[in-house]
Design a protein around this ligand. Structure first.
Ligand code: BGC
Length: 356
């Protein structure tokens, strides 16, 4: 009996010693596991939030600004950002976004090249528990969590309001953006909201109306050459979807000796466009303060990554859902308010615009 008791005592002692050996600084394995996961949580909490930014292109003058301001904004809010540029390639944009997701970004911000093609990314991000913000361009037919942009329909309306003041009657050419970009459709809608009553009255005729593949100035130039040829140069006004395409249009007008004679509208406040405006070959641009967009997007990204709610001001239908949206106000700029807007904001320097 005594031997038996001694045996049990010995076994208990061995068990106790094994337990102590497995313990670190008097902490049991179970406690140790809890402590480790607590540490992990603490580390997670202390780790910087990581925001992924998937960009279509850096081609137009505005996009490097978007990239720099977004980076600056995210970093100023104490988070880090990983940026990828897809060079206008849908397949590459999808692969890059997938990589950002697998690298563990806390939130994904995307400027889609093709509004429809990247919808698949949203599902993948959601499966990984990551929310997605559509930046400047809306991702169509998807459950994207937030859309943040300028009011693109209003951009088109402002262009058409300004041009119809200059040319209330006559033949109009519309040089659209890329058919694959939802913004191109919103801009066109805005333009025709304003033009339609003029068209209905018979004051304005649309003598040319084309999309510009990939928004390139070269394609816009070819479009404008075609518009002039088909209409034997009888065109009174041109609305181009951005300043890059307006540049292509003006080059085609110059070749026919028509620059300065035919008003052209663009958007983006590119430096070349601001220069053309003060020189007289472009009538107006639409200025969109990119810094505000980038900072708003960065603030929203960090809030959403932390699970906080965002204040929005609109809902935009993307073909599947009404997407909560934050739309900022664009500003029409011609030679009369150039100094008070683009230059006053420091978007371009006065000497860059006027060349003196
Ligand atoms: C943007 C414009 C830009 C164009 C071409 C549009 O979606 O809103 O600002 O000029 O894309 O990149």
């Amino acid at each position: 009996m005594v031997t038996k008791l001694r045996k049990v005592g010995l076994l208990n002692l061995i068990f106790l010693l094994m337990l102590l050996a497995a313990c670190e600084e008097g902490v049991s394995p179970v406690q140790k596991e809890n402590k480790e996961s607590e540490n992990e949580r603490v580390i997670d909490h202390e780790d910087k939030l990581k925001i992924g930014f998937s960009m279509d292109t850096l081609e137009e003058e505005r996009w490097p600004r978007d990239r720099e301001f977004f980076k600056e904004a995210v970093e100023s809010l104490g988070a880090e950002v990983v940026i990828r540029e897809a060079k206008g390639d849908d397949a590459l944009q999808i692969v890059q976004a997938e990589t950002l997701i697998s690298e563990g970004v806390d939130l994904l911000v995307i400027v889609p090249h093709n509004a429809e093609a990247v919808a698949t990314i949203i599902n993948k991000a959601h499966s990984a528990g990551i929310k997605v913000i559509s930046y400047d361009r809306l991702v169509k037919n998807s459950s994207v969590d937030l859309y943040i942009s300028f009011d693109n329909e209003l951009v088109g309306e402002l262009q058409a309001q300004a041009i119809t003041k200059l040319v209330p009657k006559g033949k109009y050419a519309y040089i659209g953006g890329a058919n694959t970009d939802n913004n191109a459709h919103l801009l066109k809608k805005g333009v025709f909201n304003v033009l339609q009553p003029f068209i209905d009255r018979g004051d304005i005729q649309i003598v040319y109306d084309q999309w510009t593949e990939n928004w390139t100035p070269e394609n816009a130039h070819a479009n404008m050459e075609a518009a002039l040829a088909i209409n034997h140069n009888e065109i009174d006004a041109v609305i181009a979807a951005n300043d890059g395409t307006a540049g292509g249009v003006i080059k085609a007008l110059e070749a026919q000796g028509l620059a300065e004679k035919i008003p052209v509208a663009g958007q983006d406040a590119d430096l070349a466009a601001a220069q053309r405006i003060v020189q007289g070959t472009q009538a107006l641009t639409i200025y969109k303060p990119i810094k505000t967009l980038a900072y708003e997007a960065a603030r929203a990204a960090i809030k959403m990554a932390k699970g906080e709610t965002i204040t929005t001001n609109r809902k935009m239908n993307n073909g599947k859902l009404e997407i909560p949206s934050l739309l900022l106000a664009p500003i029409a700029v011609d030679k009369n308010n150039m100094d008070d807007t683009i230059i006053a904001d420091g978007f371009h320097l006065r000497e860059e615009v006027y060349g003196k």
